[in-house]
Design a protein around this ligand. Sequence first.
Ligand SMILES: C[S@@+](CC[C@H](N)C(=O)[O-])C[C@H]1O[C@@H](n2cnc3c(N)ncnc32)[C@H](O)[C@@H]1O
Length: 339
Amino acid sequence: MPRTKKLTQIEKRALIKQQIKIEPSLSSRTIGKQLGVSHVTVEKVRKELLASGQLTTVDTLPEYLSHPYLKEHPEILEGLDARGLRALKAPGVLNLMQERGSLSPRSCQAALNRQRKADRRKNTSGMVPEVDIRQCDLLTNDLSWIADDSVDLILTDLPYSVDYVELYRALSKLAGRVLKKDGIASLVCMTGYGALPEIMSALHTDKRLCYNWTLTTIFPRRSSNLGWIGVSSFAKPVIHMTCGTRYKGEIYSDLITASPANKTREIEWEQPLDVFDELAKRFIQHGDSVVLDPCCGAGTSLLASLHTGSCAKVIGMDIKDECVKISKRRITEYLEYKD
Ligand SMILES: C[S@@+](CC[C@H](N)C(=O)[O-])C[C@H]1O[C@@H](n2cnc3c(N)ncnc32)[C@H](O)[C@@H]1O
């Protein structure tokens, strides 16, 4: 193999000069990284260029400093902390500040982020979401009607007792098969603390599932008195996993507090809709999402997913016919009257 010749000092400096002239606003560190040389050398070459008049200090100003809005309002730079300065430099922030006449880079950056987030979650088809809810046993039925790698979110809430560990194993296998492997598609499963070690282990049955985090949901008005283990519990864990690769989605907060319960439940285990609304908002991260709940009960997770306006399809299953009927009714009512 031919050997690549090492650059001489003179050739290196010529290359650095060329690079500084092409993009004088790039920092010496960035140019150093690009060319594989020390930033100290780049700085030396820059000083030589300035001294010889081949470069002016105006050329070396970062691009954001030449923005007309900043020239008009130089006071924006006064008292800016590091986060404020980072926000000011972020793409689009100065333009939005100008548009709004705002002096706050951080609030404009937050507004831009919210807008970008909302844009990512928009449905492209504009169609009414498809709803498929069936009576099915997660343990024994053939579920091949749910295609491989087709689901963006499994949002569910299985029975919490250790007697149901097999159900969590089946859930893990189903998730491994049907979840997209993009680092964003997620299995989000509310459960109880009682059998958490066994449940965690069962959820790892399919080895492609990667544990990411456990969220805490707090139910201030809905405690369970677990006298036999000496606990009065106000909280439930929600396990978050991805499939095939680690989580690459948006940062989410790991705490959700339910508002005081005021709705009569349709089934004993029905969860507060506001808690599932929050989960759906956090984990449905793009438009045209497909959401599945294989133990949907009264359909709370499916309804919450539809509330986001980002679903192309919701799929529900429950072993009980009564639950299927309730879920279908709640969703039909929502879709009929939402506008
Ligand atoms: C905790 S509840 C879900 C409640 C639901 N999140 C809601 O808010 O209405 C668990 C559900 O799992 C269902 N289930 C239990 N075993 C099942 C199985 N083998 N296959 C499918 N569903 C099952 C139960 O009928 C029950 O509705």
